[in-house]
Design a binder for this molecule. Structure first.
Ligand code: ARG
Length: 490
C-alpha cells in the first residue's frame, strides 16, 4: 500500500468514489467512475497542466512518485503552489513540514519515468488555519526555481466570486486520490470529477440539495463555515456520487466563467467519500489577502472588457472607459472608432485613441476627432496591462451630434439664501449659445431660481429654506441639453 502516514497525517488518497443511490440502502455498491472520467484521463490531463503532485522528498528517490505522492496542489504563478494547510501541517504535533520535506512534481502520470520537479524554498501556512474547524485550510509553497513553461491557473478574487461560486455552477475537481469509497485504489493518472457548487443554504445551513436526481444532505453551520468553505458534489447520470477522496487534498476545484477557468476551491475535507454529503473545499475567494501576501496571485492580463460610455459631439466622440471589474490592474485603455471620416468620407476607417486609468474610479477618457456630423460610428475598447489585453468590449454604435452637451455641477456651496456652483465646461458643439444657466427647482412648493453661467461659475440667490434640485441647462440654435440633477439640501 502506498501513501502511508507522513508524519502523523494520513496523507493518502484519491478521488472519486461513488456509490449508487439507486441501490438499496446499505448496499452501497462500489463502482468505477463513469467511463468518461475513468477513461478520460490522458485527454483530461491537458485540461489541468497546473495540477501538481506533492511528494515526500525523502521517499521519492527510492520509491518514485506513485508511492511518495501525498497531496495535490495548483501552480498559480511561476513560483507558487497553492495547496491545503492540512497537507503540510502535522495534525498531531501541529508542526509545519519543512520546505525540504516536500517535492513538487509536474506530471499527469505518477508512473511516468521522467517529469519536471521543483524543490520548495518556503512553506507559508495561513495564520488563521484552525486544525479543529478546518477553517482557512490553505498554504502556499514557494518554489526554489520558477516554472516558466507550464501555464498557471488564475485564482478567484472577490470581484468574480458571485458568478463563479453561485449554487448550481459546474466545477471540476482533479487528483490522484482514492477512487473507491471503501478500500483503497489509487490511479497513476489523475482523475477528473464533474461536480456542482452547492448553495450556501445547503452548505452551512443544513438543507438538502439535489444533483442529477441525487439528494445530498447539507452540512449544518456547526460543521461548515460558508464564509471560508464551499461545498461541491456530483452525480453521474445513473445516480452514482462523484466526490474527492483521501489523497486529493489540496488539489483544485475549477470553474469556468466570464474571465476563463479559475481556481475556486481546494480539496479540504468530507464525511467519508462519495457518501450522503458533498465534499468541502477551502473557499479561494475568501483568501485573497493571504494569497497576495504570499505572492500567489500572478498578475494576469485583464480578463474582462472595459465598460464604455460615449459623449457624441459635432465631429468628435469623447469615450469614457472603465475596467477592473475582475479586480485585475489596468494600466492602459485602447479605444477603436470605425466609420467614415473627413478624409475618407465613403470608406470606413478605424481610428484609435488611448487613455490611462486615473483616480479611484480608474476611469479613462479619450477623444476621436475628424468625424462627420450625424453619421453612425462603431466603438470598441480593451483594457491592458503588462501581461496583455482584455477581450474586446461588445461594439456600441453611436452617431455624432450637433446638440450641445451641458457641463455638470462639480461643486456647490450653500450659505443661507445663496448657492455658488462650480461647473465643468459645457460644450456648445459648433452652434452659437442662446443661454447657459443653472436652474434650481424647489422640492415641494416655492419659486424656481436660476442664474447665468459665467466662466464655469454661477451664483443662485434668493433661495428659500427649501431643498432644491439644480442642474445646468444650455441652449444653442440647434438644441437644448441638461446636466444630471444635483440636490442641494436646505
Ligand atoms: N482530507 C482528505 C485528504 O487529505 C481529502 C478529503 C476529501 N474528502 C471528500 N469526501 N471530499 O486527502
Amino acid at each position: 500500500m502506498r501513501k502511508g502516514t507522513w508524519g502523523a497525517i494520513s496523507v493518502t488518497g484519491i478521488f472519486i468514489l461513488l456509490f449508487s443511490f439507486l441501490s438499496a440502502p446499505g448496499q452501497a455498491q462500489e463502482q468505477i467512475l463513469s467511463p468518461r472520467v475513468v477513461h478520460g484521463t490522458s485527454g483530461d490531463s491537458s485540461q489541468f497542466p497546473f495540477l501538481v503532485a506533492l511528494m515526500d522528498a525523502k521517499k521519492f528517490p527510492q520509491s518514485g512518485a506513485f508511492q511518495s505522492q501525498f497531496c495535490a496542489g495548483s501552480l498559480t504563478s511561476p513560483t507558487t503552489i497553492v495547496t491545503a494547510a492540512h497537507c503540510v501541517v502535522n495534525q498531531e504535533t501541529r508542526k509545519q513540514f519543512r520546505a525540504e520535506d516536500v517535492l513538487v512534481g509536474f506530471t499527469h502520470d505518477l508512473d511516468s519515468s521522467n517529469f519536471p520537479t521543483r524543490q520548495v524554498s518556503k512553506i507559508s501556512v495561513h495564520p488563521g488555519y484552525a486544525i479543529k474547524s478546518t477553517e482557512n485550510d490553505i498554504a502556499v509553497l514557494t518554489l526554489s526555481q520558477p516554472v516558466t513553461d507550464i501555464p498557471f491557473i488564475a485564482v478567484l478574487t472577490p470581484e468574480l466570486a458571485a458568478e463563479y461560486t453561485e449554487g448550481g455552477r459546474p466545477a471540476k475537481v482533479a487528483g490522484w486520490g482514492n477512487t473507491v469509497s471503501s478500500g483503497n485504489k489509487y490511479p497513476s493518472v489523475f482523475k477528473v470529477g464533474n461536480l456542482v457548487v452547492f448553495p450556501d443554504t445547503s452548505c452551512g445551513s443544513g438543507t438538502r440539495y439535489e444533483v442529477n436526481g441525487v439528494r445530498f444532505l447539507g452540512f449544518p453551520s456547526s460543521d461548515v463555515n460558508p464564509a471560508v468553505m464551499l461545498c461541491a458534489g456530483g452525480a453521474t447520470s445513473t445516480g452514482s456520487v462523484i466526490d474527492a477522496c483521501q489523497g486529493d487534498s489540496g488539489g483544485p476545484l475549477i470553474a469556468d466563467g466570464s474571465a476563463g477557468p479559475m481556481l475556486i476551491g481546494l480539496v479540504s475535507w468530507g464525511e467519508d467519500c462519495a457518501g450522503k454529503y458533498p465534499g468541502v473545499y477551502t473557499r479561494i475567494s475568501a483568501e485573497t489577502s493571504f494569497l497576495s501576501e504570499t505572492n500567489a496571485i500572478a498578475e494576469s492580463a485583464p480578463a474582462v472588457a472595459p465598460s464604455v460610455s460615449i459623449t457624441p459631439l459635432f465631429s468628435e466622440l469623447i469615450i469614457r472607459v472603465k475596467g477592473g471589474a475582475d479586480g485585475i490592474t489596468v494600466t492602459q485603455y485602447a479605444v477603436s472608432v470605425t466609420g467614415p471620416t473627413d478624409q475618407s468620407p465613403t470608406v470606413p476607417v478605424t481610428q484609435n485613441c488611448f487613455a490611462a486609468p486615473s483616480g479611484k474610479s480608474i476611469e479613462g477618457s479619450c477623444t476621436v476627432s475628424n468625424l462627420i456630423t450625424g453619421v453612425e460610428y462603431t466603438v470598441t475598447a480593451i483594457s491592458a496591462n503588462a501581461r496583455g489585453n482584455s477581450p474586446v468590449s461588445a461594439p456600441v454604435t453611436v452617431s455624432t451630434s450637433s446638440l450641445p452637451v451641458a457641463g455638470s455641477i462639480a461643486k456647490v456651496t450653500r450659505k443661507k439664501t445663496t448657492a455658488r456652483f462650480t461647473l465643468t465646461p459645457s460644450i456648445p458643439n459648433g452652434a452659437s449659445v442662446i443661454s447657459e444657466r443653472v436652474v434650481c427647482i424647489p422640492v415641494g412648493s416655492g419659486v424656481t431660481r436660476s442664474s447665468d453661467v459665467r466662466d464655469n461659475f454661477a451664483v443662485v440667490t434668493r433661495l428659500s429654506k427649501a431643498s432644491y434640485r439644480c442642474q445646468v441647462r444650455i441652449e444653442t440654435e440647434l438644441g437644448v441639453s441638461e446636466s444630471p440633477i444635483r440636490v442641494i439640501k436646505r
